[in-house]
Design a protein around this ligand. Structure first.
Ligand code: ATP
Length: 319
């Protein structure tokens, strides 16, 4: 990232419009009275460390350029807020509740975890943990039960992020459904426990849009809305290689080709239900199991060599 930060949504259409340069403070020319080469104050080293850690975590994710820009925009905002506060200027007061729209397996939870850590390290959230819930965790079975369940989960999320997957399902049954009670309780908590937790609503793009449209009080409470696009086949293959590498495996070229052909079919045929990077993860884990069985059968009395232990072959992908 080299100290450069892109503004995520300077345009109304949400597309990146400009690049802003965030020069890390320890890269600045020496301040008056400070000689070149003089050690950087510890506080600034901390900032630089966080920036590098954040860059590393985001760079490890394939694609997601708009999301990476957004995370750095938040980072920049928090840095400047801190500097403004140190300069005695008004800072803070910004709401960070977010909507993550996208199909399954597009990285929403992964990014939410990174954001939680960023907020914790920048002092916005005290703990930086992530509580991931869905409708069944929030909605109860009788009047009053839902409000209690929802309040309990908000309590658990205090100091961190409450991440609601398939959030639109809360509006599934209309006004008579207990989901409505959960939404009302969440809205109240967002006011009562303002700045003590961040709420992220996640789910399929169209359903989330419909959900927000049918609850007019909601959209303005979520100033940050991001799209997680489906991965291209090339990105899915990059993710596959990355996942294999993380586990100390190598994919043979023919195995990559087989996976590619399979992903092409899966992606076009399963449409809505195709679970992107999660599908790839499951395929790799399945191949790892198949390889283990193959190796045990193949090497009855000896042990396979290191290279063989690492290699996933075409026949391991029983797709
Ligand atoms: N861009 C990426 N690069 C590498 N790995 C990724 C990427 N996106 C997702 N993954 C991996 O894919 C898996 C699923 O991702 P994640 O759980 O974040 O998706 P999700 O959008 O939250 O899915 P769901 O909506 O179904 O909960 C995780 O193992 C994650 O690490």
């Amino acid at each position: 990232m080299n100290g450069r930060v892109a503004a995520a949504s300077g345009r109304d259409d949400g597309r990146p419009s400009r690049q802003i340069n965030i020069v890390l403070r320890n890269q600045e020319p020496p301040a008056a009275g400070m000689a070149a080469g003089e050690p950087v104050p510890a506080k600034n080293q901390g900032r630089s460390g966080l920036f590098q850690e954040l860059s590393r975590e985001l760079d490890a994710l394939v694609g997601l350029d708009n999301i990476k820009e957004l995370v750095f925009e938040i980072y920049a905002l928090l840095q400047v807020a801190q500097m403004r506060s140190e300069a005695g200027l008004a800072s803070g007061g910004q709401a960070y509740h977010m909507v993550f729209k996208g199909n399954p397996g597009t990285g929403k939870t992964t990014v939410a975890r990174i954001v939680a850590k960023l907020f914790q390290r920048m002092g916005v959230l005290s703990k930086g943990h992530l509580i991931e819930v869905e409708r069944a965790d929030l909605v109860g079975e009788y009047i009053g039960h839902t409000a209690q369940k929802t309040r309990d989960l908000v309590k658990k999320a205090l100091g961190g992020i409450l991440f609601i997957d398939e959030a639109y399902s809360l509006a599934r049954g209309g006004d008579k459904d207990f989901g409505k009670e959960a939404i009302d309780t969440l809205v109240k908590s967002m006011e009562d426990q303002r700045s003590q937790f961040v709420l992220i609503l996640a789910g399929y793009s169209e359903e989330i849009d419909y959900f927000l449209m049918s609850n007019p009080g909601l959209p303005s409470r979520f100033p940050i809305q991001v799209e997680f696009p489906d991965y291209t086949i090339d990105q899915l293959l990059q993710i596959a290689e990355l996942m294999a590498k993380e586990r100390d495996y190598i994919l043979m070229p023919q195995a990559i080709l087989k996976l590619k052909q399979h992903l092409l079919i899966e992606k076009t045929e399963s449409l809505h239900a195709f679970s992107n990077a999660r599908y790839v993860r499951n395929s790799i884990e399945k191949a790892v199991r198949a390889q283990a069985v193959r190796l045990l059968n193949q090497y009855e009395s000896t042990s396979p060599g290191k290279q063989e232990l690492m290699t996933l072959r075409t026949e391991d992908f029983k797709l």
